[in-house]
Design a protein. Structure first.
Length: 340
């Protein structure tokens, strides 16, 4: 019997790709040595260029540092719940820049109760939740390569070799301010050709925000997108990029301060609104709603130590007085949030 036709080779099969000429891939730049890091655009390790941009914007940097310090102190006095709220709002705002378009309520439900990731947009919700968790994580002093690995996490994220290459590229920016260094890291990581397009943007934003905040503060990241995405979309030379980064960050920091003001004002209004009620459950419910963006009845039981009936009765009362809102829109398994 004669032999059949030879099997067709698939150019996307790893075994065949090793031998095939991958003609559909762009050729590497001729002036880039073999093994060079695969980022596109201006290489941010040119520290003198960033240093000159930083010097020209010294006054703007000082104003940003002052208000970021105010935010850090407010967060230190407000407890971990306040930081979680700012991180949640920042991650939700980032999701509109990346195209995932996740609302704060939907993100809060997923982070607290793992509700809402089924169906269309579930992957985007999970990516946005990752950003919220990484933004809120403590920012401990560490060498840059270790900081990169810790910031991006070990959840199947970039390999250690890539983090080492990026750390080496940013080594000359160590003497610059954290804000400038974060801006350089953002543009460098976003231009990496080794990272998938749907991950590179949000990874770059989280990395840049964490580095821009410095370490050892109550504010582990520098807000950027609470009032828009100017800081993330400016192009051009380092002067323009850093100016947009500082301007966008400053507006976001002021927005975060106002959000904390609204939360404090709601707490005072809520406490006054339940002053006529007896028992400790109303006050404990208000404290729990300050600490958590969303609160379901079982968690409220744990937070207050009250019975399910008492919790539900007081939540209904707070709702009737306009102090809380129902987040899910459902008749059962309801989740509540402060009506800021």
């Amino acid at each position: 019997m004669g032999q059949g036709p030879e099997p067709l080779h698939n150019p996307f099969d790893p075994a065949d790709a090793e031998e095939a000429d991958l003609w559909f891939l762009p050729a590497p730049p001729e002036d880039e040595p073999p093994g060079a890091a695969p980022w596109a655009g201006p290489r941010p390790e040119a520290a003198p260029v960033w240093r000159a941009a930083e010097a020209a914007l010294a006054s703007d940097l000082a104003e940003l540092a002052f208000d970021a310090g105010r935010l850090s102190e407010r967060l230190r006095a407000s407890g971990p719940g306040a930081l979680g709220r700012i991180a949640l709002d920042e991650a939700a705002a980032l999701s509109w820049w990346t195209g995932d378009r996740v609302t704060s309520d939907r993100l809060a439900l997923w982070l607290s109760y793992r509700v809402g990731a089924v169906g269309e947009g579930g992957d985007g919700l999970i990516r946005t939740a990752w950003a919220a968790r990484r933004l809120a994580a403590p920012n401990r002093p560490a060498p840059l390569a270790a900081a990169l690995a810790e910031t991006l996490g070990g959840e199947g994220r970039p390999d250690p070799q890539l983090a080492d290459e990026v750390a080496e590229a940013l080594r000359e920016t160590e003497l610059l301010s954290p804000v400038t260094r974060g801006c350089a890291a953002f543009h460098l990581w976003r231009g990496l050709t080794e990272r998938p397009a749907h991950l590179a943007g949000i990874e770059a934003a989280v990395l840049g925000q964490r580095l821009a905040a410095g370490s050892g503060r109550a504010l582990p990241f520098l807000p950027l997108s609470l009032t828009g995405v100017t800081a993330l979309t400016v192009t051009g030379d380092p002067d323009r990029r850093l100016a947009g980064w500082i301007s966008g960050a400053h507006r976001a920091v002021l927005s975060a301060l106002m959000a904390l003001d609204r939360l404090a004002a709601w707490q005072a209004r809520a406490q006054a609104g339940v002053a006529d009620l007896q028992g400790r459950t109303p006050a404990r419910l208000i404290a729990a709603l300050v600490a958590h963006p969303t609160l379901a009845a079982p968690q409220a039981e744990t937070e207050t130590g009250a019975s399910r009936a008492a919790v539900q009765r007081n939540l209904d009362l707070l709702f009737a007085r306009g102090l809380v809102r129902e987040v899910t829109g459902q008749g059962r398994f309801r989740v509540w949030g402060a009506a800021l």
